[in-house]
Design a protein around this ligand. Sequence first.
Ligand SMILES: [Zn+2]
Length: 275
Amino acid sequence: MYNMLRTGMAALIVLSLTAPRLPAAQISAKTVVLTFDDAVKSQLTVVAPLLKELGFQATFFISQRWMKDTENFLTWEQVAELHRMGFEIGNHSWTHSDFSKAETGAKLGEELQMVEKELVRVRVPKPVSFAWCGNGFGPEGIEQLRRHGYSLARRGMQPEVPYGAVQVGPALDVTKHHPLLIPTTGDAYPGWSLEHFKKVVTSAKPGEVVVLQFHGVPDVTHSWVNTPPENFRQYMVYLKRNGYRTIAMRDLLRYYDPLQLPDDPLLKSRFTPTQ
Ligand SMILES: [Zn+2]
């Protein structure tokens, strides 16, 4: 029995190592990446149960920055609960600083490790995904992500769309966008409606992926990124009824060939948030 199990495991490992990476053209239409930032408490009490009910995958980007406020933000033990529910846990830094500048970007590695240490303590594996804080990014921070073994990082709708604008951002094109600068197609602001949500999710061309960025549902302390629970339910039910496939950031890895990553011009540029 043990041998059979062992052979089975070995076969699985070989299978996963030899599984061909899917070229961009094979990304199925209606693919949406769901991401949730800042470790807001309602992500465990409101978002996660609804996503489970609908069979949706998602990534939760965790920062320690606001965790002392245990009424409105998750504890590390609650982060582990999200992991045990099958969701991806991503790194969103310890202090949630602006890592777009040379000096701060160079310190990103230390902050990644501080989050990883807490995750290990609650038995959550080391993340492969990161989300840029305040959506700012720069070459020094990118270098730190590479050195610390991160394969994916999500930026905002900027520089294509200004922060705070209720507009449609770029959809992810894996032949164009570097995996450490995955754009946000829709950044959920309180001004969103179901009509705008439909515009965002239908904006992707064949082979492109829609990437959504949410915060709290609701978000009591950060009102500028609040999503009312009733609106959120409408958005998710729309995805379900219309046959969308929702995935986590980590699921994007198979669409990238690590030996042939796109030469994204933004790798050499810097975006500093204005707030
Ligand atoms: Zn954040």
